[in-house]
Design a protein around this ligand. Structure first.
Ligand code: TRP
Length: 330
């Protein structure tokens, strides 16, 4: 049986954090290793230009994120890894789709409204068009599966709306797109656990994949919890967050023991934190090691991206030929 195509993208931020990793990237690796899909993974550098970004450090950030992806186990022998801007067909398909998307569909996107509110000095056309470029990313490879966080649900619904419009207008071509949601997508800030973990929330709130063991331990030890295990079944967001990370990375027996202690109200948070720091550091150690190796061998990273580009391009060019033909372009 032919394998189905799976596509996912991540915006370059320079340094990925544990929220990116547990919420999305670890799943990329698991899906790749399942052997069930043709996996195509992209650093979506065109998307990240829609909000203010630092031009001078941008290239460096993109390469650093490519190193992150390779370090966590994205394997160029098994998956295609490439930079979005290096395959111009993404922009061409985006333009074609632009001509069939009602502006009103884009204006109702909650992420657009959110970002427009936060960047009210720079509400550019790209910000409004962001979801259409994402739809183009997915459809260019005729992908049927898209691993994403739940915050992308509306964009994937839009993908299906647009592809239906395309099929109605130009003939059946694209298949329905299905999200693959990641468990535990909601890793929160260590300092303000009501909000998602993000680099913009400050150093101490965010565990970077590339943090030193010492930094990881310090940040976890100073994370916000509460006054002690509660009677109610619901943990406070801070403690719940520590348990989420523990459950995703630790031996299930260890996680279970701490859970039982919590519910018996004998758990000391300092012990939970010490154990968690240990678990996170053990998990990150081989990733750091691989990172160190690749940082000293940027040439091979560039070569991998180059090969990824070639592979992505050959699929994109073939599909683009068919799409152009369907829409009446020569
Ligand atoms: N918008 C996605 C995010 O912020 C990133 C993205 C761009 C993406 N193109 C994509 C995700 C295509 C999946 C498929 O997370």
């Amino acid at each position: 049986m032919d394998k189905k195509t799976l596509f996912s993208g991540i915006q370059p931020t320079g340094e990925f954090h544990l929220g990116n990793y547990l919420g999305a990237l670890k799943n990329w690796v698991d899906l790749q290793n399942s052997g069930e899909y043709n996996c195509i993974y992209s650093i979506v550098d065109l998307h990240a230009m829609t909000i203010d970004y630092d031009v001078k450090s941008y290239q460096e950030k993109v390469i650093s994120n490519a190193i992150d992806l390779l370090s966590i186990g994205v394997d160029p022998q098994k998956s295609i890894l490439f930079l979005q801007s290096q395959v111009p067909e993404h922009s061409v398909l985006c333009w074609i789709l632009n001509t069939i998307v009602p502006v009103s569909e884009l204006e109702r996107m909650t992420q657009y409204k959110d970002k427009a509110r936060k960047n009210d000095k720079n509400i550019n056309m790209g910000l409004l068009d962001y979801p259409v470029l994402m739809v183009a990313d997915i459809l260019l490879y005729k992908s049927e599966f898209v691993p994403v966080g739940e915050d992308q649900t509306q964009h994937l619904e839009l993908t299906n709306i647009i592809l239906r419009k395309f099929n109605n207008k130009f003939g059946e071509y694209f298949q329905k797109v299905n999200p693959i949601y990641t468990k535990g997508t909601r890793i929160r800030s260590l300092q303000d656990p009501n909000r998602k973990m993000s680099k913009s929330m400050g150093e101490k709130s965010c565990l970077l994949l590339n943090d030193s063991p010492d930094a990881i331990t310090k940040k976890i030890m100073s994370s916000v919890t509460d006054t002690g295990p509660q009677k109610s079944i619901h943990m406070s967001p801070g403690v719940d967050n520590l348990f989420t990370i523990l459950e995703l990375l630790a031996d299930p027996e260890i996680a279970k023991k701490f859970n039982v202690d919590y519910h018996n109200r004998v758990l000391k948070y300092s012990e939970l934190k010490t154990a968690l720091a240990d678990v996170v550091n053990k998990h990150l150690e081989p990733i750091r090691e691989k990172r160190r190796e690749l940082e000293n061998d940027k040439g091979s990273v560039l070569k991998i991206l180059e090969e990824g580009r070639e592979k992505a391009k050959s699929i994109a060019e073939q599909n683009m030929k068919e799409i152009k033909n369907l829409v009446g372009l020569i």
